[in-house]
Design a protein around this ligand. Structure first.
Ligand code: G3P
Ligand code: CA
Length: 240
């Protein structure tokens, strides 16, 4: 089965990384819900993609310069459309509480830089909601992946890369990851690397597969699943 991974939740129907996007993704058939985690100035993990709150909220400033109570007051929905006004940036705890009953697996991206304490806070939240075994923790930063292994070696890990390179397979093996996730463009030209990763037990989830004409070629290239903003459409395509 091809994994159907909802990128920042079902981010074409609800504002990315908000609770309706996360829960809506599971309802639309996502097998994994992907979202991004950063720490606030006072060390609270929150679900937001950018380094600043500027693009996706009514506020301004860097996430790590703002306290959790300041971020909690921001409107994270009106940028997407007036019907979504009043949505908030979820804390990780709020996101996990909403996702736990859905049964979906989680692809939790820790945005760098992240300290060991910040990685510990993420794992503690997963433990609190009994989601350690339903989660893959991924990052573009191999050192963050190493911290995740240090804190909770039993939790599956993923490494995000922009391109496969000569070290991809060896690095994947060293990190003990479950998934190595490059861009769509790289995967379409990278069948030998996909096969080499498969030999060491590592699956490939390309991002962000929004062009539906690429879904068949990607599946034929041997990927484990697709990360897309169109998870409902992917569910329908996979069922057809
Ligand atoms: O999970 C893949 C994808 O989320 C990585 O890119 O920038 O959307 O976090 P980005
Ligand atoms: Ca992400």
């Amino acid at each position: 089965m091809l994994h159907r991974v909802a990128h920042r939740g079902y981010s074409t129907v609800a504002p990315e990384n908000t609770l309706p996007a996360l829960v809506g993704a599971a309802r639309a058939g996502a097998t994994f819900v992907e979202f991004d985690v950063r720490a606030t100035a006072d060390g609270v993990p929150v679900v937001i993609h950018d380094r600043t709150v500027d693009r996706t909220t009514t506020g301004t400033g860097r996430v790590w310069d703002l306290r959790a109570d300041e971020i909690a007051r921001l409107d994270a929905g009106s940028w997407f459309g007036p019907g979504h006004a009043g949505l908030r940036v979820p804390t990780l705890a709020e996101a996990l509480a909403a996702l736990e009953p859905t049964g979906a697996e989680l692809l939790l991206e820790i945005k760098p830089p992240a300290t060991l304490d910040e990685v510990k806070a993420v794992m503690a939240a997963l433990a609190e909601y009994d989601l350690l075994d339903r989660t893959v923790v991924q990052s573009f930063d191999a050192d963050v992946v190493r911290k995740a292994r240090q804190v909770a070696p039993e939790v599956r890990r993923g490494l995000l890369v922009f391109r496969f390179d000569a070290e991809t397979v060896e690095l994947s093996r060293e990190l003990g990851i479950t998934f190595c996730n490059p861009s769509v463009e790289d995967v379409l030209g990278g069948a030998p690397t996909i096969a080499a990763l498969a030999e060491v037990g590592v699956g490939v989830l390309p991002w962000t597969a929004n062009d539906m004409t690429q879904w068949r070629p990607l599946a034929d290239a041997g990927v484990a699943g697709l990360i897309t903003d169109y998870v409902g459409e992917l569910t329908g395509w996979a069922a057809a």
